[in-house]
Design a protein around this ligand. Structure first.
Ligand code: BES
Ligand code: ZN
Ligand code: ZN
Length: 516
C-alpha cells in the first residue's frame, strides 16, 4: 500500500474519503471539525446528538457531504475519552490509541471498497504531541490492519485499497511527518513480514526454507548471511541444538545474519555490537514428550522469535541504525521418531555444561542455550533473545503482554519502555538464584525442566546458565505470538509480536550503563 505525505488542508482534499477523528462524548466541536460541521449544516453534531456516533475507541461513522466538499465521504474515527488518551508523559497510551483508531478507519475504508483516503495526523488540537511519533503510529495502524495472508487461498479476495495520504497544513511539520511516516512503513513491514513467516504452515516453512528466506532478505537489504548446515553445526559442538533436531528428517540450519553500520559515529567511536537470538522451531510436536493435537495447532508459529530477528535485521538496515547487529536463529523441527532425543538423555552443550533432558518438549531452551553460548564468540556488548518459550508465560501474563527477564536492570527498563512505545508491552518477572535449585540434576550439571510452578521463570533461569557475563535480556512471547481473535490492528493468527518492540529498543540504543 502506498503511503504519501502532502501539504494541504484536509477539507480541500479531493480523495475518495477523508478521515476526521473525534474524542468520545465531546459534544462541542472545535477547530477544523467545527468548521467542517458548520459547512455541513451540523451533520456531524447531529450524529453525535442522536448518539449514532459517540467517538468510542475503534468506532467509525460515515458522513456524506453531498457536494459541499470535494470528497464524497467523511469517515469519523473515535479516539475514546480524552481523559483516558494519555498525556505526553504517557506516550505509549496515546500512540496505541492512534494506532487503533487509524486501523479502524482503514478497516472501514476497506469495507467501502475505496481505493484511497486522506487524513490529517490526529488528534487535532492536542498539545504536546510529537508529530513524528504520531504519524508513525498512524501509518503503523493502517498498514498493520491491512495485513492479509491469502497465499493459500485459491480464490483471492481482491483488495481495493491502494494507498493513503497524510495531509498537513503547517509547512513546518511536514518533514517531521514524512520522517514519522517513513519509520511507520519500515516498522509495520517488519511486523507484517514476521506475521507472514509465522503464518506459513510447517510443510512449507521448514528450517531450510526459513534459511532461504533469510538469504533473500540479506540480498535485498545488504546484510551478510551465513547458513550453517548439520556438519558445521556439529563441528561447533552445538549438540543440544542437533539433539532437538535429531527426530526430524528435515535438516537443522543455523542462520547467522549480520548488519553493520556503514556510516561514521562522532569521535571515531565504534558502533556497539548486539547479538539478537531468535527461537526458530518451525514445528514443535513436543518430540517424544508429544503434545496433544490441540496444543500442536499453534506450533507452526514456534519460529516467531526467529522471524522477528530476521525482520528486525532487515528493518535496521533500512533505518541505517548506528549499530552492528548479529542475528542468530537456530532453526529445527521438534518431532518424535526412532532417532529422536529421549527422556533421560544427557547431552554436552556448546558451553561444555552437561544437560539432562527430562522433557523433550522443553526444546526451545535447549537450542537457545547453544545459540546464546555461540553468540559469545561475536564479543557482543549485549545479547537479546526472543522466543515462544513457555506455555507458563501465557498462564502468568495472559495474552496482553510478553514476559521480560535479564541480568541487567538498565536493559530491562529500556525494553519495558520500548514496549510501551510499540504497543507491544512486556512485564518483568524475577530470575533470582533461588530458582536455580529447581533445575539441579542428580546426574548432569543441570536438567532442562523443573516442575510446573513458575515455569516461565525456570525456563529463563535455565538460559541464564549459558549466557555468561554480558548484559542480556530474554523476552518470552509464547502468550502473544498468536491471536485467537481479530483486534483493530492485529489479525487472527500470527501477530508478529516483537518486531516493533525490538526496533524501538534498538533505535533508542545509547550504550550499556554499568550494572546496578
Ligand atoms: N513452544 C512451546 C511453548 C509454547 C506454548 C508456545 C504455547 C506457544 C504457545 C515450548 O517449546 C514448550 O512446549 N514448552 C513447554 C515446557 C514444559 C515442558 C516445561 C510448555 O510450556 O508446556
Ligand atoms: Zn516444546
Ligand atoms: Zn517450542
Amino acid at each position: 500500500m502506498k503511503v504519501k505525505v502532502k501539504k494541504g488542508r484536509i477539507d480541500r482534499v479531493k480523495d475518495q474519503a477523508i478521515i476526521l477523528s473525534h474524542f468520545e462524548d465531546e459534544k462541542r466541536l472545535s477547530g477544523l471539525v467545527k468548521a467542517i460541521d458548520d459547512r455541513l449544516s451540523g451533520m456531524i453534531s447531529r450524529l453525535l446528538r442522536n448518539k449514532d456516533f459517540a467517538g468510542r475507541l475503534g468506532e467509525t461513522a460515515i458522513v456524506y457531504p453531498q457536494g459541499k466538499f470535494p470528497t464524497p465521504r467523511i469517515i469519523l474515527a473515535g479516539l475514546g475519552k480524552r481523559e483516558e488518551f494519555g498525556s505526553p508523559g504517557q506516550v505509549g497510551i496515546y500512540l496505541d490509541r492512534i494506532r487503533q483508531a487509524s486501523a479502524s478507519a482503514c478497516r472501514k475504508a476497506k469495507e467501502l471498497r475505496i481505493k484511497s483516503f486522506s487524513s490529517a495526523v490526529f488528534p487535532a488540537n492536542q498539545k504536546g504531541i510529537n508529530p513524528v511519533e504520531v504519524s508513525q503510529a498512524m501509518v503503523e495502524g493502517i498498514l498493520l490492519s491491512h495485513y492479509q495472508m491469502d497465499r493459500y487461498k485459491t480464490k483471492k479476495e481482491k483488495q481495493s485499497l491502494e494507498g493513503f495520504t497524510i495531509v498537513e497544513e503547517n509547512a513546518d511539520r511536514i518533514v517531521a511527518i514524512e520522517n514519522g511516516a517513513a519509520s511507520g512503513e519500515v516498522f509495520a513491514q517488519a511486523t507484517n513480514l514476521a506475521r507472514d513467516l509465522a503464518n506459513h504452515p510447517a510443510n512449507f516453512l521448514t528450517p531450510t526454507r526459513l534459511s532461504l528466506e533469510a538469504k533473500k532478505l540479506a540480498r535485498e537489504n545488504d546484510l551478510r548471511c551465513k547458513i550453517l548446515s548439520l556438519p558445521q553445526i556439529r563441528k561447533l559442538k552445538m549438540d543440544l541444538f542437533t539433539a532437538v533436531s535429531s527426530g526430524s528428517s528435515q535438516p537443522p540450519k543455523l542462520i547467522v545474519l549480520e548488519y553493520r553500520f556503514a556510516g561514521r559515529l562522532p569521535g571515531q567511536k565504534k558502533p556497539d555490537t548486539l547479538a539478537l537470538v531468535g527461537k526458530g522451531i518451525t514445528f514443535d510436536a513436543g518430540g517424544l514428550s508429544l503434545k496433544t493435537t490441540e496444543l500442536m495447532q499453534e506450533m507452526k508459529t514456534d519460529m516467531t522469535g526467529g522471524a522477528v530477528v530476521m525482520s528486525v535485521l532487515a528493518a535496521s538496515a533500512k533505518l541505517r541504525l548506528p549499530l552492528n547487529l548479529i542475528g542468530i536463529i537456530p532453526a529445527a523441527e521438534n518431532l518424535p521418531s526412532g532417532s529422536a532425543l529421549k527422556i533421560g538423555d544427557i547431552i554436552t552443550s556448546h558451553s561444555g555444561k552437561t544437560v539432562e533432558i527430562l522433557n523433550t518438549d522443553a526444546e526451545g531452551r535447549l537450542i537457545l542455550a547453544d545459540a546464546l553460548s555461540y553468540a559469545k564468540s561475536f564479543k557482543p556488548d549485549a545479547v537479546l533473545d526472543i522466543a515462544t518459550l513457555t506455555g507458563a508465560i501465557k498462564i502468568a501474563l495472559g495474552t496482553i503482554c510478553a514476559g521480560v527477564f535479564g541480568n541487567h536492570d538498565d536493559l530491562k527498563v529500556k525494553m519495558i519502555q520500548a514496549g510501551q512505545k510499540a504497543g507491544e508491552r512486556v512485564w518483568e518477572l524475577p530470575l533470582w538464584d533461588d530458582y536455580q535449585e529447581f533445575i539441579r540434576s542428580d546426574l548432569a550439571d543441570i536438567r532442562n525442566v523443573g516442575g510446573k510452578p513458575g515455569g516461565a521463570i525456570i525456563a529463563a533461569r535455565f538460559l541464564k546458565n549459558f549466557v555468561g557475563d554480558h548484559p542480556w535480556v530474554h523476552v518470552d512471547i509464547a502468550g502473544v505470538d498468536f491471536s485467537e481473535k481479530e483486534r483493530p490492528y492485529v489479525p487472527k493468527g500470527a501477530t508478529g509480536f516483537g518486531a516493533r518492540l525490538l526496533l524501538h529498543f534498538l533505535r533508542k540504543w545509547d550504550g550499556v550503563l554499568p550494572k546496578r
